[in-house]
Design a binder for this molecule. Structure first.
Ligand code: UD1
Ligand code: CA
Length: 461
């Protein structure tokens, strides 16, 4: 069986009051449509079998989809309803046996539900299988109509419901498995005969039944999977649910949280056991953290890889790689391309960029290391600067093992400090320094005796 997917993502999302299209609004810093794509790939769909209906903010959605390697998109230029949206992807229906239709604004639809309903759909020989959920407050959703024996009759939108029908708790999740041929046939018969004047995808259920096709509905155990966001309030609610769920997953894996205030962990972050995450820490992207680390408070770590026993206190780190036993902080900025080897120590107000720093090297205070290759067991005094940029080009600084960079040294790149060399405090180094040597670059001191400062003279006058 060949199975394809159509994601509906053309909707306007006016109530979100955003310049971004609704499906690009983020839950835990991943666009809602990104969550849907993640679930689909977890369920085993190849990106070439996914088609997306775009419309509102199509360029923005398509750019993101391109980054996710989902390249099949269909523009719905006028929004005439969910049925009309699916019609735009009609060319896909000839290519597949079954087609999954789902919404780009319901991020919690999971791989298990997608797979188990497909199984039921195929085993029962259904023409359509609808995923439903039972909600305490079903307002706004389409209601599931069943006969006395529980057989699915159809779906009624809120706007078209009688008072009795509004009391039905079972709702349409907006996720369906269709036999592609049955869907194609039903789309041809859709009419906008409803309060909204739209082509409702939900009307295909009754059309399929009238044609003699089988239609079934499966109620999901976890009602969260249907939750979507139409407003900022909904979005905050989804964020809260996702945030707590992810923290719970890490707790189950042996990660320690003394309090969870201000802790936001992205869905793809991996954390080893006995690692402690302290308040106001944000872990983003594909960050991987080893065991026994302490991260935070007040740290932001994005797309970084950390070994074991790493301590980061008030650190911002982006695309950096830290080996075991690295200690950084407080108030440290690690920028892309930073590689810190085992046991490196980075202290307060230090910035490192695009540099590799060898084992046990210590950069303890007020220092900038950029575009540099630093050996092992190097010691930087306070206030050192690698001057890597002449306003036009960037140059590298190379420092050999066991070198000692005195306080307030300026290293004017390109420049090389040999192994075991020492630079005297306050030196500005413009030429390479050989190994095992001391370099001093200072002006000769000049002392003027009995000199009175202006302010003193003024006071006397
Ligand atoms: C839809 C269902 C409803 C279900 C609910 C679940 C219909 C008629 N109703 O209602 O039964 O309970 O989803 O969330 O299908 N879209 C387009 N083009 C359009 C209109 C919508 O691409 O012309 C997309 C939207 O971007 C969204 C999805 O379709 O991703 C659902 O549209 P929305 O307007 O939110 O439908 P609901 O009224 O919520
Ligand atoms: Ca919706």
């Amino acid at each position: 069986m060949k199975n394809g997917v159509i994601i509906l993502a053309a909707g306007d999302g006016t109530r979100m009051k955003s310049s971004r299209p609704k499906v690009m609004c983020e839950v835990l810093e991943t666009p809602m449509i990104g969550w849907v794509i993640d679930s689909l790939s977890e369920a085993g769909f190849a990106s070439e079998d996914i088609g997306v209906i775009t419309g509102n903010g199509a360029e923005i959605v398509e750019k993101y989809l391109g980054e996710r390697n989902v390249l099949k998109t269909f523009r719905q230029n006028e929004r005439k309803g969910t049925g009309h949206a699916v019609m735009q992807a009609e060319s896909m229906l000839g290519e597949y046996d079954n087609v999954l239709v789902l919404c780009g604004d319901a991020p919690f639809m999971d791989a298990d539900t997608i797979k188990s309903t497909l199984k039921a759909h195929e085993e029962s020989g259904n023409s359509v299988t609808v995923v439903t959920a039972s909600l305490v407050n079903p307002t706004g959703y389409g209601r599931i109509l069943r006969d006395i024996d529980g057989k699915l009759l159809g779906i009624r939108e809120q706007k078209d419901c009688s008072e009795e029908e509004k009391k039905i708790a079972e709702i349409n999740s907006g996720v369906y498995w269709f036999k592609a041929s049955a869907l194609k046939d039903a789309l041809g018969k859709l009419k906008p005969n409803n309060a909204a004047g739209e082509y409702y995808l939900t009307d295909t259920i009754e059309i399929i039944r009238d044609n003699g096709g089988l239609a079934e509905a499966f109620c999901a155990e976890n009602a969260d999977i249907v939750l979507g966001a139409n407003s900022r309030k909904d979005l905050l609610n989804l964020n809260t649910i996702a945030r707590n769920r992810i923290i719970e997953k890490h707790l189950d894996n042996g990660v320690e949280f003394v309090a969870t205030d201000g802790i936001i962990i992205g869905k793809n972050v991996v954390i080893g056991r006995d690692t402690r995450i302290l308040p106001n820490t944000i872990l983003r992207g594909n960050t991987v953290i080893g065991e026994n680390c302490e991260i935070g408070p007040n740290s932001l770590i994005e797309n970084c890889t950390l070994g074991n026993n790493v301590t980061l206190d008030n650190v911002h780190a982006y695309e950096a790689k830290l080996s075991d036993n690295v200690k950084a902080g407080p108030f440290v900025h690690l920028r892309p391309g930073t590689i810190l080897h085992d046991g490196v120590k980075i202290g307060d107000f230090v910035e490192v960029k695009n540099s590799e720093v060898g084992t046990m090297t210590c950069i303890a205070h007020l220092t900038y290391v950029g575009d540099s290759d630093v050996g092992k067991d190097v010691n930087f005094g306070c206030g050192c600067v690698t001057a890597n940029y002449d306003g036009l080009n960037k140059f590298r600084t190379v420092i050999g093992d066991h070198a000692f960079i005195g306080c307030n040294t300026n290293l004017i790149a390109p420049v090389e400090i040999g192994a075991n060399a020492t630079t005297a405090a306050g030196s500005t180094i413009t030429k390479n320094v050989p190994p095992d040597s001391l370099v001093i670059e200072r002006g000769q001191p000049r002392t003027i005796e009995n000199w009175e400062h202006n302010s003193k003279r003024k006071r006397k006058a």
